[in-house]
Design a protein around this ligand. Structure first.
Ligand SMILES: N[C@@H](CCC(=O)N[C@@H](CS)C(=O)NCC(=O)O)C(=O)O
Length: 271
């Protein structure tokens, strides 16, 4: 059964017709999540590869008809699976993409769990990032970096709530509540839960937060950043901002100005 307007894809880039997995993405925390898993799956031979299409926010590409055929919400990431012998499938929302890829391609349970209880615990941590840290840190970014007016109440409200949520991870990893120190969020194994979470934590500084206040979380983050698949994923669709900002001190201001401009333009269009 077709679940979306396939004809609209003809209006988009030709890569939408590529066989197999096609990721529509940009270099942001939500965009990093599926790339983390796709690179891990590639590294273990669970998939042979995937295509990706960089999405230009400046040109509002995420709101074009072909893009919204893949994600009706007009946001990255979105995934098209041009499967062999079946109708193409679209998947939107970063966590849904992770869970689809795991179900369809990680049949050996390398990055999720055969055990139902552990799978459920993993899903809990995935929902926690999707409903908690992602939206709160996203708003902290907005008020701290992009808002045309500096509104201290908005900045503090979202920074403090994000910090509180970081504290939940810190307590979990240090075993403060259950007496068990942990290397990974769930089941002693690097899983979808870690992949969904780390891209936000690595961007703490962009929201004006200091990761050094959370030493266990910082060590966990470094373990993930050292993985060859993470290093590869952070180049999709281009090198990540944190690395590029280290190389180019002027980039921070440029990114802030550019992002603020397209966000404000988007706000106007919604009125
Ligand atoms: N809950 C969504 C959030 C997606 C999202 O907010 N994506 C942002 C980039 S991180 C985006 O596409 N922004 C473009 C826009 O707002 O037009 C997910 O997890 O996929």
């Amino acid at each position: 059964m077709t679940t979306f307007n396939r004809a609209a894809l003809d209006k988009g880039p030709k890569e939408l017709q590529n066989k197999g997995l096609v990721l529509l993405t940009a270099q942001t925390p939500n965009g990093n999540k599926p790339a983390y898993l796709l690179e891990e799956l590639k590294a273990v031979g669970a998939i042979s590869g995937y295509s990706f299409i960089p999405t230009s926010f400046k040109d509002n590409e995420q709101k074009s008809e072909w893009f919204e055929a893949v994600n009706p919400n007009g946001r990255i990431p979105a995934l098209l699976d041009n499967r062999e012998g079946k109708e193409p499938l679209r998947v939107f929302e970063s966590a849904a993409i992770l869970m689809y890829l795991a179900k369809a391609y990680d049949t050996d349970f390398r990055f999720h769990f055969k055990d139902d209880d552990l799978e459920t615990e993993m899903i809990s941590w995935i929902f926690f990032i999707q409903g908690g840290v992602g939206p709160m840190q996203g708003q902290a970014n907005h008020f701290f970096r992009y808002a045309p007016e500096k509104i201290p109440y908005g900045i503090e409200r979202y920074q403090n709530e994000t910090k509180r949520l970081y504290g939940v991870y810190e307590d979990h990893l240090t075993g403060k509540k259950d007496g068990e120190k942990k290397e990974w969020l769930v089941g002693g194994k690097y899983s979808l839960a870690d992949m969904a979470t780390e891209p936000w934590i690595r961007s703490a500084n962009w929201a004006g937060l200091d990761i050094n206040e959370f030493p266990a979380l910082k060590d966990w983050m470094q373990r993930i950043e050292d993985r060859p698949a993470t290093i590869a994923a952070l180049k999709i669709p281009e090198q990540d901002m944190r690395t590029r900002m280290k190389q180019d001190p002027d980039l921070e201001k440029k990114v802030m100005a550019e992002s603020s401009a397209w966000i404000m333009k988007g706000n106007q269009q919604k009125k």
